[in-house]
Design a protein around this ligand. Sequence first.
Ligand code: UD1
Ligand code: MG
Length: 469
Amino acid sequence: MTRVDSKPVDVVVMAAGKGTRMKSRVPKVLQRLAGVPLVQHVLNTAAQLQARSAVVITGHGADQVEPLLLAPGQVLAVQCVRQEPQLGTGHAVQQALPALADDGIVVILSGDVPLTQADTLQALIAQCGGDKLALLTIDFADPTGYGRIVRDGPKVQAIVEQKDASEAQRQINEVYSGIMAVPARQLKAWLARLDNKNAQGEYYLTDVVKFAVADGVSVVAHKITDALQVAGINSPVQLAELERAHQLREAHHLMEQGVRLKDPGRFDLRGQLDCAQDVEIDVNCVFEGRVSLGEGVKIGANCVIANCRIEAGAVIHPFTHIDGEKLGVSVGEGALIGPFARLRPGAQLGAEVHIGNFVEVKNSTMAQGAKANHLAYLGDATVGERVNYGAGSITANYDGANKHRTVIEADVHIGSNCVLVAPVTIGAGGTVGGGSTITKSTEPGALSVARGKQVSIANWARPAKKPKA
Ligand code: UD1
Ligand code: MG
């Protein structure tokens, strides 16, 4: 995104408030929307502004909030400034001033307003233009609780907080979103003049408007209509409502690209989902991390799929759980997975692989056409083409201290209920008899059986109950 103005942008995020109404030990700005902490959404947006610097004001729960902000790999280089005690939004921004250069435009955001879009902020910055005070505003049918935008004709004169507003001012529908863009030099001068002589005894950031007016600096309002972009989170109900609204929007984006969602109201995306043509997704699926679905992929109901690449034509049957975590999972073309399958990190399944119910695959490759259709475990295994892996069989990959690999060469048939004690190799085309515990590698083409020999005793009489005395 390129900026129309030339002044550098510095971002300030207010995140010191308590969030009493969340009734949680987790600080409000760490509550998650679409799987991502609220304040992280704000930083992600700020990063799209190509901001020169970002200052986050922390206070309540700072010990928990700051490690996230300062984590390696964070999208923006963030400086944390503590505000203790919390004496209002103006007081909050005052804490950031020493960290702010004089020559920039300061964009003030709230850590609990997660869905503001970068292009909206770009438009706000353009309105500021480096010499005006620009406020992001919106008309609300019910403006209760918000600061009202008081105008004299088209000109903004003041923001009046709900508790300080006259009856006439409370009728105003245009409210301040909590987001502004302001020249740093003026911001510093105005914040030096704040007092707390108001209904709440707080230092109001919003009082900068009246100082701007007094100094003859233009105050402009950038009014938007999309309420989701300025929605703040104060309670679990608001969090859930915003989550649903956000998910519905994500679902619509996907459907506009041609993805067929059985029900956009029962779809959850907590990451990034890329879909080729003719993908079908049944109800109640959750996608996390990075997921890509090839052409014609079908996802059954109630699947949870994270960090996974699924190639064209594969079908994931209902109730399947896939989580690639850092290693990732890949599912080849035309593979059939589930129902009730579990694919864990490092599962790499080739084309036409079949994984059936209650089968777990971890850190294993399965070549084209390999099948494990029922109740099985494959961990740290290399499985050749067309292998058939019987029900109830497992790789014993862990000796209590170390993990070892199992190699099952092409065209092997593993019977039911086998234990393959790694490290071990089953030679190509070999067969392992059901119920075998295999501890030594086998030759290609061999039949291997390792179990107690069957004994049958003819005409054996079962014990009978003793008659009662
Ligand atoms: C603020 C605005 C109001 C606006 C509304 C939009 C002021 C005085 N009022 O009111 O005009 O309509 O947002 O939601 O700014 N915070 C701190 N330190 C503090 C106080 C607050 O960091 O001392 C943080 C909070 O964590 C929150 C943000 O600032 O992220 C806004 O604070 P909040 O108390 O929600 O302000 P409102 O009263 O809602
Ligand atoms: Mg608020």
